[in-house]
Design a protein around this ligand. Structure first.
Ligand code: NAD
Length: 476
């Protein structure tokens, strides 16, 4: 497979720049290509193009806009195999997982495109000769920033929401996984999205975000990534009084109650834990298991972890690839060392694999004290701390004790206990008796320091709309 020719996409043209950074294959550490980095002049051109693109796109009749977006989804679905190969080479996830991601994002685009057709306003009964109405309009040019863990999913969520709503967008996808974003933008361009409505840039992240957020033409900021960077960008946006959408990290608790089936719960939780090598913002990452079922859960969880085939995501049969970059590898080594120094036991894994690439073994820790870093910091990798509890209120207290609130999971056979978990867990995304992933038709997003704003469902398009109250006095 030839890795794509990486370019910026500004005002309908693929452009090179004077600076670049290497893109690594995390399974081999070889250089796949070079990603061009934008200068401030490139960013200014992208913003100017987005202003013109916004006028063209918002004035394109909704039926035509929707048809173009469906065409882009069709092109992407047709190219799913190729885009998946690009994604696996730059991010590491197994090819089937990557292909599933591409197919899902084509579906997400279709959903948002259809949902935008239903951005109904309303007429409100009012006195006399006045027609009082509420209308929704696209907010304007959007600046978006996306990370490397879902090289197709994350950029598409932003592009689909913004474009469906009628906005233009300047998106900075990850410099570490630029190929999938380039392939997606190619589909939109070929489908007929007008020049300037969609612009793709790469660059020095802080330089790009600083410049784009400050640009007066940019009306909304959308970010997916870590809590510290999200706080920084939200503060920048706030200083300009711009609305922002912040999809940040979490540290998702899993509560397994005494009445749950421990083997079933362990299999489902382990699958969700190790998918994408644990580099998912909603990954279950703190396992609180009732003492009555703890040992059975642990045995089944360890068996599932040991059944994972770690290797190059391009190889048939591999179920977990490398970590996406050396930072995650170092972070896993540090989290495990810290936990062990405080008395934790490594039941399985615990080390990087002795081969080139950023491979880390699926890891299970027990006897982990509450103050171990892995219990309070988002691991964002294949490390699972499992701790027992005796009292459900105490487990809920531990689950809610962190400043994050993205995802949470509960396992129980009792509907009463399930309701207690649903109302008691501080999280924006909850799953009971399984570890569900995100779906097009319902919103995903966090509470507390995990951010604000939603992606998916009607809320995902609404986020890119403004509301106008119109009071129209009828005159002759
Ligand atoms: P990081 O905080 O340096 O970067 C996270 C993302 O933000 C990257 O894509 C990066 O390019 C971008 N970024 C960094 N500084 C930026 C800036 N000033 N302006 C705009 N974008 C900026 O960390 P990392 O090492 O890439 O990832 C590690 C942590 O990030 C993980 O521990 C995890 O918590 C978090 N993360 C979360 C998500 C998510 O989906 N919520 C995705 C990826 C990473």
């Amino acid at each position: 497979m030839k890795y794509p020719d990486l370019r910026l996409f500004i005002d309908g043209e693929w452009v090179m720049t004077g600076r670049s950074a290497p893109v690594l294959d995390p399974a081999t550490e070889e250089i796949l290509g070079h990603v061009p980095l934008a200068s401030t002049a490139d960013l200014d051109r992208a913003v100017r193009a987005a202003v013109r693109g916004f006028e063209a796109w918002r004035n394109t009749p909704i039926a035509e806009r929707t048809a173009i977006l469906h065409r882009a989804a069709d092109l992407l679905a047709e190219r799913a195999d190729r885009v998946a190969t690009v994604m696996t080479s730059e991010q590491g996830k197994p090819w089937k997982e990557a292909r599933g991601e591409v197919q899902r994002v084509a579906g997400a685009l279709r959903w948002d495109a259809e949902d935008a057709r239903r951005a109904y306003g309303r007429i409100i009964p009012s006195a006399g000769d006045t027609v009082l109405s509420v209308r929704h309009e696209p907010v304007g040019p959007v600046a978006a920033f996306t990370p490397w863990n879902f090289p197709a999913g994350s950029p598409m969520r932003k592009m689909a929401g913004a474009l469906s709503a009628g906005c233009s967008i300047v998106i900075k996808a990850s410099e570490e996984t630029p190929g999938a974003a380039v392939e997606i933008v190619r589909c939109f361009a070929e489908a007929g999205v007008p020049a300037g409505a969609l612009n793709l840039v790469f660059g020095e992240p802080a330089e790009v975000s600083e410049h784009l957020i400050a640009a007066p033409e940019i009306r909304l900021v959308a970010f997916t990534g870590s809590v510290p960077v999200g706080k920084l960008l939200a503060a920048r946006a706030g200083a300009e009084m711009k609305p922002s959408l912040m999809e940040l990290g979490g540290h998702a608790p899993v509560i397994v109650c005494a009445d749950a089936d421990p083997v079933r719960a362990a299999r489902k939780a382990a699958f969700a834990k190790f998918v994408n090598a644990g580099q998912v913002c909603t990954s279950p990452s703190r396992f609180l298991v009732h003492s009555a079922v703890h040992d059975e859960f642990l045995d089944a969880f360890v068996a599932a972890a040991e059944g994972i085939v770690v290797g190059d995501g391009r190889d048939e049969g591999v179920t977990m690839g490398p970590l996406a970059n050396p930072r995650r590898l170092k972070a896993m080594e540090e989290l495990v060392a810290d936990a062990v120094s405080r008395g934790a036991m490594v039941v399985t894994g615990g080390e990087r694999l002795d081969r080139p690439g950023f491979f880390f073994a699926p890891t299970v820790l027990t006897d982990v004290p509450a103050d171990a870093r892995v219990m309070v910091e988002e691991p964002f990798g294949p490390v699972a701390p499992i701790v027992p509890f005796d009292d459900l209120d105490e487990a809920l207290h531990v689950a809610n004790s962190l400043p994050y609130g993205l995802a949470a999971y509960g396992f129980t056979r009792s509907s009463k206990t399930a309701e207690k978990l649903i109302s008691g867990l501080e999280a924006g995304i909850l799953s009971i008796n399984h570890c569900g992933g995100s779906v097009h038709e319902a919103p995903s997003g966090g509470v507390k320091q995990s951010g604000y704003g939603k992606e998916g469902g009607p809320e995902g398009v609404e986020a890119y709309l403004i509301t106008k109250r119109v009071s129209h006095l009828l005159v002759d």
